[in-house]
Design a protein around this ligand. Structure first.
Ligand code: 5GP
Ligand code: MG
Ligand code: MG
Length: 187
């Protein structure tokens, strides 16, 4: 799906398909150098990171393995409370593995902070992060992100895996929704 297909729902495009593609290839080249001779395990948190993982895994030249985790964070409204439940766990034994977590977006950072600690406690040899998007204004915990994509303002974005009410994940770029899309839901 392209911006033109949902023009009425979109306020503006924030990151184009071409920009995403260029950034992913730039990070992939760095990862190729840093992990030469190793086979890192790419870990994605469902569902938002799936598009980034798919594109990134094809852009690297080194061998990788991939696994997925489904996590829920409970909290009031849109704020993460830090209470985390694993809905679907990895099927990989991470002991001794070099893990690269591939994330769609870091908002509060609470989910990712928990995941990094969890993977280390399971015996991973190393844990690094590639985050396609980051909203520094919203960070509540500090996370060392080794591979950074784009820094974005405090706006709710959709596309390239990111949803609003499960929609827009299949948009091929990243965009800010028109507020009328949410207002229609507030009755
Ligand atoms: P946090 O960093 O607060 O623990 O949670 C990050 C998760 O919140 C992301 O993986 C994503 O699912 C969701 N999220 C945060 N900001 C946005 C946004 O701007 N748009 C969408 N669609 N989801 C977001
Ligand atoms: Mg995510
Ligand atoms: Mg979501």
């Amino acid at each position: 799906m392209k911006i033109a297909d949902i023009q009425d729902d979109i306020a503006y495009e924030l990151v184009s398909k071409e920009q995403i593609d260029a950034k992913i290839h730039e990070v992939a080249a760095e990862v190729d150098r840093d992990y030469a001779g190793r086979t890192p395990l790419l870990v994605a948190v469902l569902k938002g990171a799936v598009n980034t993982l798919a594109a990134f895994s094809q852009a690297v030249s080194i061998p990788v393995t991939m696994d997925f985790m489904s996590i829920s964070t409970y909290g009031s409204g849109t704020e993460s409370s830090g209470k985390i439940t694993v809905r679907q766990d990895l099927s990989t034994d991470v002991r001794g593995r070099h893990i690269l977590i591939v994330e769609d977006i870091i908002d509060s950072g609470i989910t990712l902070d928990w995941l990094i600690k969890e993977l280390k406690s399971r015996g991973a040899a190393s844990v690094e992060v590639f985050a396609l998007l980051e909203k520094p204004a919203r960070h509540k915990v500090h996370i060392d992100v080794k591979y950074k994509g784009f820094t974005i303002p405090d706006e709710f974005v959709v596309g390239f895996g990111l949803d609003y009410d499960e929609r827009y994940r299949n948009l091929d770029s990243i965009a800010v929704l028109d507020p009328k899309v949410y207002q229609g839901d507030q009755q």
